[in-house]
Design a protein around this ligand. Structure first.
Ligand code: DGI
Ligand code: FE
Ligand code: FE
Ligand code: FE
Length: 188
């Protein structure tokens, strides 16, 4: 169970809409954890806090990142929406008193993914996309895959994200490419 003060803080920090999304990700993460045999408490906390860095009053994300001693790579500097992963990890440590490294990594890498993702990182990445509040075209296919084969689902989701990012003419983060490459190599 997530403590009440955390619910109140998260709602205040990221706003009601993102808070409701986070509850969806928390519940879906727990379902996937149960299915794939991962400790549900860690999935609950990671799902709940995954977007805790998506601050509602983000005056200047680059400045906030600096205040939290986050070393930004070039892609993050050009795409500040990617900062909320690493920023979320720092906020989880400092403000939500999270110490569990599995949980912290799942928060940190939930947007880009990375090579050698842990089961919890995969669960949160996928839950972020398929939680009940998500209603985009094709979500049902991804939802079904998530409950059949998490790696297949993750690869499918990474492909989709990469295509989307390219369609916007933006930079692809190297961790996203590495995550995809490794899943394909593993399949062979
Ligand atoms: O925070 P959420 O909206 O719940 O979801 P998220 O943290 O997965 O963020 C999704 C956004 O991040 C989406 O618009 C695609 C973008 N994104 C994911 N990977 C990359 C990326 N953007 C860039 N520029 N490069 C990436 O590699
Ligand atoms: Fe996010
Ligand atoms: Fe995501
Ligand atoms: Fe999210």
């Amino acid at each position: 169970m997530i403590e009440q003060w955390m619910h109140e803080k998260l709602k205040k920090d990221i706003g009601e809409v993102r808070y409701n999304h986070s509850i969806g990700v928390m519940n879906t993460s727990m379902e996937l954890a149960k299915l794939y045999g991962y400790p549900e408490g860690e999935a609950e906390l990671a799902g709940f806090l995954h977007d805790c860095g998506k601050l509602k009053d983000k005056i200047n994300l680059l400045k906030i990142a600096k205040e939290f001693d986050i070393i930004l790579d070039n892609v993050m500097k050009h795409n500040p929406e990617l900062i909320h992963g690493p920023l979320g990890e720092k906020i989880a440590i400092k403000e939500y008193k999270v110490t569990n490294k599995n949980v912290l990594n799942a928060i940190r890498y939930h947007t880009t993914g990375r090579e050698n993702m842990s089961l919890l990182e995969k669960i949160v990445y996928v839950a972020d996309i398929i939680e009940p509040g998500r209603k985009f075209e094709g979500v049902d296919t991804i939802r079904q895959l998530a409950y059949e084969d998490i790696d297949k689902c993750l690869l499918y989701a990474l492909d989709r994200t990469i295509v989307f990012v390219i369609s916007k003419g933006k930079l692809i983060h190297l961790d996203t490419i590495k995550a995809r490459n490794q899943l394909i190599i593993l399949k062979d």
